[in-house]
Design a protein around this ligand. Structure first.
Ligand SMILES: *Cc1c(COP(=O)(O)O)cnc(C)c1O
Length: 320
């Protein structure tokens, strides 16, 4: 196992990604404040380059590769946003990228990945093991595998989201973060531990796949079948070794959100804030009402992690 990243690695990542990553806005909504009773601060990574926070971790990891590794190229496996992020970061750094992607990944995500110049290899997410396919490609062609969450440079890059948020808002009472494989939440935990140790950290995963909640409760990495949920960016089957180790130590509270709650949150963002947020990006906000005692008059941060969604699917979910 790699050594665990620290907040110093988050600081180094912030410097490394600054020339290319957007410093995304922190938006407020009087209406959503009234509805929840909290002072809400939304960190809008749906407005990040390539449409999600994943660009931060991907760019940070690729920028650290040696000249030889860059020449040989990189491979990534992803249900979408990590793929786009790696493809874009690779293009900016002039590194060839191969992306292993489920054949049923949203068309917009496939098209965007190809648009950035990534070469796509498809697989069946319910019967094949993407990690095995990625590792095999890496072995056969000398590519460097860039995992979507279980990598110290990826985790450190994702930790820059909360750094920017806390720099802008000052103290927060709590922070709600979408949770799949735990890259975003563990990076956030490093930052919160350093900048806002009193801030209560909440990770939110889809109810259909509550492996992280069970893992932290049982003190071991629990594996599950690929969960069926509209949150396609959080259909992970287990935490990583690094993300589990960081989260085990940081001990965030893990909550879950249903698909109905995610669609409700999507509608709220669309109608109230004029923001397109993909279902996975709504996880944090969808669980805010689950902890009413943490809300009244409190300062609450919410990470909107991404905004990539096919327009047809978006329209269908808004009308669901
Ligand atoms: C990947 C992703 C997540 C989950 O992030 P992890 O680091 O895997 O926990 C959440 N939201 C969006 C939009 C994503 O793309």
């Amino acid at each position: 196992m790699h050594p665990l990243p620290t907040y110093d690695d988050v600081l180094a990542a912030a410097t490394r990604i600054a020339p290319q990553a957007h410093r995304t806005p922190v938006l407020r909504s009087r209406l959503l404040d009234e509805r929840t009773g909290a002072e809400l601060f939304f960190k809008c990574e749906n407005l990040q380059r390539a449409g999600a926070f994943k660009f931060r971790g991907a760019y940070n990891a690729l920028a650290r590769l040696s000249a030889g590794q860059r020449r040989a190229g990189v491979v990534a496996y992803s249900s979408g946003n990590h793929a786009q992020a790696v493809a874009l970061a690779a293009r900016l750094l002039e590194i060839p990228a191969t992306i292993v992607m489920p054949h049923d990944a949203p068309a917009a995500k496939r098209a965007a990945t190809e648009g950035y110049g990534g070469r796509i290899v498809s697989y069946d997410r319910y019967t094949e093991d993407r990690e095995e396919i990625g590792r095999d490609l890496a072995d056969r062609h000398g590519l460097t595998l860039i995992p979507p969450y279980d990598h110290p440079d990826v985790i450190a890059g994702q930790g820059t989201v909360a750094k920017e948020l806390l720099e802008e808002t000052g103290g927060l009472d709590s922070l709600f973060v979408p949770l799949g494989g735990g890259g975003l939440l563990s990076g956030t935990a490093l930052t919160v531990g350093a900048l806002a140790p009193g801030c209560a950290l909440f990770g939110v995963e889809p109810e259909a796949g509550d492996d992280a909640r069970r893992s932290l409760r049982e003190g071991r990495i629990v594996h599950i079948d690929a969960p069926r949920t509209i949150a396609d960016g959080a259909q992970t089957q287990h935490l990583g070794e690094l993300t589990f180790a960081i989260l085990h130590r940081a001990a965030p509270t893990v909550l879950t959100a249903t698909d109905v709650e995610l669609a409700d949150a999507m509608r709220a963002f669309a109608s109230v804030m004029k923001l397109v947020v993909e279902p996975t990006g709504c996880l944090g906000f969808a669980a805010v009402p689950h902890v009413p005692e943490r809300l009244r008059g409190r300062r609450v941060g919410v990470i909107l992690s991404g905004g990539n969604i096919d327009l047809a699917r978006y329209a269908a979910l808004l009308n669901s």
